[in-house]
Design a binder for this molecule. Structure first.
Ligand SMILES: Cc1cc2nc3c(=O)[nH]c(=O)nc-3n(C[C@H](O)[C@H](O)[C@H](O)COP(=O)(O)OP(=O)(O)OC[C@H]3O[C@@H](n4cnc5c(N)ncnc54)[C@H](O)[C@@H]3O)c2cc1C
Length: 382
């Protein structure tokens, strides 16, 4: 077993770490305070090829493996989770969906500008009454005169309302199956289509600079050819997309957990109480030891899930395990990081205050911890 990263993986990790430290980290606190979307940073990341890392070169991506992409995401998220989720929600969801299920024409038209970073993509699955139960989608798509007419709404959607958002891929009900359940299909809805509108940005606890909105479809007409993948294949397709997205959510979680450890270790060595740095107290050093151990384990499990995917082996169970474990330890690490910082950790001048708010959603987005346990239990045969 070889735990060494390849020269390409190391080079991209270094590039992302330097970019994150120099361009993102100094701005993270301000972005969190204002909630402003960082267009200039996203533009630079696009120019560096970071918005299409695992997409094939044929479609203007960088053609890396999935592990390299996940490692890059860990580095970016270590500086700022809002940018991490912006990249992840763009690549792991709509780019991957187009890559796997799009026609050649759809890929040329949409995937190429997305992989070049000229356009951001969004993936709209969640609805007010269809969250964990994503198959309970109420949004409908009806084919009339060679056009799909879409009606319904989506909530909590990332990347749909920025000035550079180009499209959202949504699930919609296209009929009834023989077993009485809804037949679900996926559609590409370009931003600017009449009848498709986005609500204002939500006020959020964390990921404050990321763009999250409600989407409304009211007699929204899109061409027949904007169906993505086979008619009625939407449920299977989004489950497949979510499997891969869980690896990136795990990487994002590890990035923030690592930032919690970095900040806490530095602070614990500097902060003196009772005449000694607090790192000398076993109560504090054991917290740091536990954080380091859990981060290492979480990283190893997302590496393994990505490796399985890259080697075309089944990876759904490991991806769910990685997402479950990494997201939960990110919450734990952020909690301990604030504790180690004492009252200062409660102040927004300290990064750990932002980490604490940013990590909670890791256990909710792209399938809650409960849903990950359901996926894992099913894989075990329960
Ligand atoms: C900031 C943010 C960004 C997001 N971005 C996107 C996006 O880009 N695209 C998108 O489609 N969605 C997005 N989401 C939505 C996210 O995926 C959902 O919030 C998530 O899937 C949970 O759905 P819900 O919020 O409706 O909770 P619910 O499904 O209502 O769950 C509520 C609680 O019940 C539990 N629960 C539900 N069913 C079961 C069960 N069978 N067994 C045990 N417990 C259960 C859940 O685990 C949870 O604890 C985003 C959410 C947030 C907060």
């Amino acid at each position: 077993m070889d735990f060494n990263l390849s020269p390409e993986q190391k080079a991209i990790q270094k590039l992302c770490r330097e970019f994150a430290e120099n361009e993102i980290a100094p701005r993270a606190q301000e972005m969190d305070r204002t909630g402003e979307f960082p267009y200039d940073i996203i533009k630079k990341m696009g120019e560096l090829g970071l918005l299409g890392l695992p997409i094939s070169k044929k479609y203007s991506g960088a053609g890396t493996d999935y592990l390299t992409y996940a490692i890059a995401l860990e580095e970016i998220s270590r500086a700022d989770a809002s940018i991490g989720i912006t990249v992840s929600a763009h690549i792991s969801l709509p780019c991957n969906a187009l890559n796997h299920f799009g026609t050649e024409e759809q890929k040329q038209k949409w995937l190429v500008p997305m992989a070049q970073g000229k356009m951001l993509g969004a993936f709209g699955l969640t609805e007010p009454s269809a969250g964990s139960d994503a198959g309970a989608t109420q949004t409908t798509a009806e084919l009339r005169d060679a056009q799909w007419i879409i009606n319904g709404s989506k909530c909590f959607i990332t990347n749909a309302g920025t000035d550079i958002s180009g499209l959202v891929i949504i699930t919609a009900v296209t009929g009834k199956r023989e077993d009485g359940r809804s037949e679900i299909s996926n559609f590409i809805v370009p931003r600017g289509t009449k009848g498709y509108s986005q609500g204002p940005k939500y006020d959020k606890m964390g990921w404050r600079a990321a763009d999250t909105r409600e989407l409304i479809f009211s007699d929204c007409k899109i061409p027949k050819e904007n169906l993505l993948g086979e008619l009625g294949g939407g449920f299977r397709q989004f489950l497949q997309v979510l499997d891969a997205a869980r690896i990136s959510m795990a990487a994002l979680s590890v990035g923030v957990a690592q930032a919690c450890l970095d900040a806490s270790l530095k602070y614990a060595k500097e902060r003196v109480q009772f005449g000694r740095p607090i790192s000398k107290f076993q109560a504090i050093s054991f917290k740091l030891a536990d954080m380091a151990t859990e981060i290492e384990l979480a990283r190893l499990v997302y590496y393994k899930a990505a490796w399985l995917k890259d080697n075309k082996k089944p990876y759904a169970k490991e991806a769910a395990m990685a997402k479950l474990f990494a997201s939960e330890i990110s919450v734990k690490c952020a909690n301990e990081a604030v504790q180690i910082h004492g009252g200062y950790g409660f102040m927004d001048d300290f990064d750990v205050s932002r980490y604490y708010r940013d990590v909670k959603v890791n256990t909710i987005g792209e399938g809650t911890s409960e849903v990950q346990r359901i996926v894992i239990a099913r894989q075990l045969g329960c």
